[in-house]
Design a protein around this ligand. Structure first.
Ligand SMILES: [Zn+2]
Length: 294
């Protein structure tokens, strides 16, 4: 996708992978064939693959260039990571993530800030890379802005997690001195600020941008599929607090209708960016390219 201009902010996406991922019923307890049937006409083929019935899910980073800073939001899975719960990504090598980032005009050393909406395996992997047997920050000159609450949560769950997300992708950042632990409503400057959006994880944040009257928000995993615009009460099995996630999601969607801010999603199918429209007591996602009908 071509870069998006938002006032004087430039937005690019770097996609690590995109394709059919999981059946809706694997993520949402409510996603029975009967419940999905009324949604299918606008979900297929963009958000649900007509052949497999699986949701089309990208794993991606957003590259934000403001007049002050180059910011990377969420860093996908990464290479060489110990992800025993996700065999496809365990000890993965190759891929084109860093060269795709370079194609947007951003070299690792030119990134000023890395934000993680939360610290799940698919959002902080490229925080680090393996060099001579050691995990080192991939972005040597960046400050990594992390919500203190989320770091505490990630450390806590790491004690019973077969994956090594904290040890490989978070702890090395803390040890390098490049981490800046912040509150969940931290403002970086007059254009960029965090917004608390707990539920998926306790320290989950969205990232809001404003420039010349334009507003946008990168919403992380407060929702995973456009299905949840129509059914905001559907919380996926991996929301840490499903009840809180429902409250956060509906409040977020209502605010998006009111502000008309552009929504940059983590996992909605490409182009992943669009607006929230009201629809029959719930919502619809209108993609920025006008396609898909979802
Ligand atoms: Zn995710």
């Amino acid at each position: 996708m071509a870069a998006l201009e938002l006032g004087d902010i430039r937005v690019d996406r770097v996609i690590e992978e995109e394709g059919p991922s999981a059946l809706p019923s694997e993520w949402f307890a409510e996603a029975t064939p009967e419940n999905l049937a009324p949604l299918r006409p606008w979900l297929v083929p963009k958000a649900i693959c007509p052949d497999t019935g699986k949701m089309i899910i990208p794993y991606q980073s957003y590259v934000i260039r403001t007049r002050h800073h180059t910011i990377l939001i969420d860093t996908c899975y990464g290479n060489d990571k110990t992800l025993l719960s996700d065999p496809r990504w365990n000890q993965r090598t190759g891929g084109t993530y860093l060269s795709d980032l370079a194609a947007t005009g951003v070299a690792p050393e030119t990134v000023d800030y890395v934000f993680c909406t939360h610290l799940h395996l698919d959002h902080c992997g490229w925080n680090t890379r393996l060099r001579d047997g050691r995990w080192v920050p991939t972005f040597p000159n960046a400050k990594y802005l992390l919500a203190r609450r989320e770091v505490e949560h990630a450390e806590h769950i790491s004690r019973s997690d077969p994956d090594q997300v904290y040890a490989e992708s978070v702890a090395p950042i803390l040890e390098s001195g490049q981490a800046v632990l912040v509150e969940m409503d931290h403002a970086l400057d007059d254009q960029v600020r965090l917004e608390p959006t707990p539920g998926h994880t306790p320290g989950h944040v969205a990232v809001r941008f404003a420039s010349r009257g334009h507003g946008a928000v990168m919403c992380g995993d407060l929702m995973h599929s456009p299905i949840q615009c129509a059914r905001p009460e559907w919380s996926p099995v991996f929301d840490a607090d499903q009840a809180q996630a429902r409250i956060t999601r509906r409040a977020f969607l209502e605010a998006c209708v009111a502000t008309r801010d552009l929504v940059m999603t983590a996992h909605f199918p490409s182009p992943s960016i669009g607006w929230i429209d009201p629809d029959a007591g719930a919502f619809r996602f209108r993609y920025i390219d006008g396609g898909g009908g979802a």
